[in-house]
Design a binder for this molecule. Structure first.
Ligand SMILES: [Fe+2]
Ligand SMILES: [Fe+2]
Length: 393
């Protein structure tokens, strides 16, 4: 039998297996093909025994001591389990066997399969994810640090009550906007990590909004107002939507889109700077949530234009489920009217009511614009905007 020459050599000096010798052994063996020889030098007294046990465990063949003292030989085995690559760019379909491995990593075969149900790019992807995430990271604010709480004045009771009622309504909507993306995050394959990251920040934004609005209601001494059945029913239908794209359409395009107009109205008519600042900061976040929704819908509709019909059907279905709700909750309507009029004198109420009517028209107009920019035709956009829940979200 011809003599076999080692392909590579590693010097362990006096390093033992328990002191980290496998790090150097694995590096050396990784460069060898199966069947090639590694020569190992080392003068730790038990090295021969240790190498034998280690080779059995790692799938290599230990050939024992060579002709020279303190020199050993290992025949490289088939090595660790084969790996697969998920690629650096997002694939159209993510393999359940990629599991939680980051995209671009080598993944050992044999890992368990994960039950991520959203594992097709067209089900979750959006354009502009990087820029939406960068903006989100750069614009995080704190309900403690960034709000001028110390400047909160004592308001006339009717204005304070109106502010607190709006804070109550906003907070319940924030919870809905938090739970919808939170429900979908664990279903999205981590291969599409940019989507998960954007939604995770969205969840954090909504938690901050809920905290800040509740805090404003409590800060004025009057506390939270009333939560209406109509609002809760409307939000429940949003929470129960099982399809990601439909839920994103209802929440981010229709609901949060409508809230952009509402928050601007509150900022313009806030009786003090704390409420105005809160409305402004929340609106900035909501604009990003709407941008994600629009970009996701654009991505989906470019590939499946026929989905417009199912989205329209979802809005109509929700409207039928909410047929018992005749309009905006009277608590919210009254609060908006008092805030917009600046008080409860009849002339102030007349002004306030006129401004609230204009608010509804502005909401409808911006919903129709958004729908038309998603290539719904003008008539479809008009009908869908009219079907949208009377409770704004
Ligand atoms: Fe929010
Ligand atoms: Fe939001």
């Amino acid at each position: 039998m011809p003599e076999r020459f080692p392909t590579a050599r590693v010097d362990l000096e006096d390093l033992t297996v328990s002191q980290g010798a496998p790090v150097l052994l694995r590096r050396a063996l990784a460069k060898l093909a199966a069947g090639e020889l590694l020569e190992v030098c080392g003068d730790s007294p038990d090295l021969s025994e240790e190498l034998g046990a280690w080779c059995r465990k790692e799938g290599h063949r230990y050939l024992g001591e060579a002709a020279r003292k303190n020199v050993y030989r290992i025949e490289c085995g088939a090595g660790p389990a084969p790996t697969m690559a998920s690629g650096r760019q997002p694939s159209e379909v993510a393999d359940p066997r990629w599991g939680l491995a980051p995209r671009g990593a080598r993944i050992e075969a044999g890992a368990p399969e994960f039950a991520f149900t959203l594992r097709r790019k067209r089900e979750v992807w959006a354009r502009e994810l990087d820029s939406i995430h960068k903006q989100a990271a750069a614009n995080q604010w704190s309900a403690t640090r960034d709000i001028p709480w110390e400047s909160l004045p004592k308001l006339p009771a009717e204005l304070e009550v109106a502010v607190c009622q709006m804070m109550t309504f906003l907070t319940e909507n924030e919870f809905a906007a938090l739970y919808v993306p939170a429900r979908f995050i664990p279903r999205i394959h981590p291969h599409y990590r940019e989507v998960v990251e954007v939604l995770a920040v969205q969840v954090a934004d909504e938690a901050r909004h809920a905290e800040a609005f509740t805090r404003r209601a409590e800060a004025g001494g009057c506390g939270l107002g009333t939560s209406a059945v109509s609002s809760q029913l409307s939000l429940q239908t949003l929470l129960e939507e099982p399809d990601f794209t439909t839920a994103t359409f209802l929440l981010c395009v229709m609901g949060e889109g409508t809230f952009l107009t509402l928050l601007k109205f509150l900022e313009d008519h806030a009786p003090e700077s704390v409420t105005a600042t809160l409305a402004n900061l929340a609106r900035r976040d909501e604009a990003r949530h709407v941008a994600f929704g629009m970009e996701h819908l654009r991505y989906v509709l470019e590939r499946e234009p026929e989905r417009r019909a199912s989205l329209a059907a979802a809005v109509e279905r929700r409207s039928r489920m909410l047929a018992s709700i005749s309009g905006l909750s009277p608590y919210v309507y009254d609060a908006l009217t008092v805030l917009a009029g600046g008080g409860i004198l009849p002339r102030q109420i007349r002004d306030g009511a006129r401004r609230v009517a204009a608010l509804h028209r502005n909401m409808d107009r911006s919903r129709r614009e958004r729908l038309q920019s998603l290539r719904f035709d003008a008539e479809e956009a008009r009908a869908l905007s009219a079907y949208h829940t009377k409770n704004f979200m």
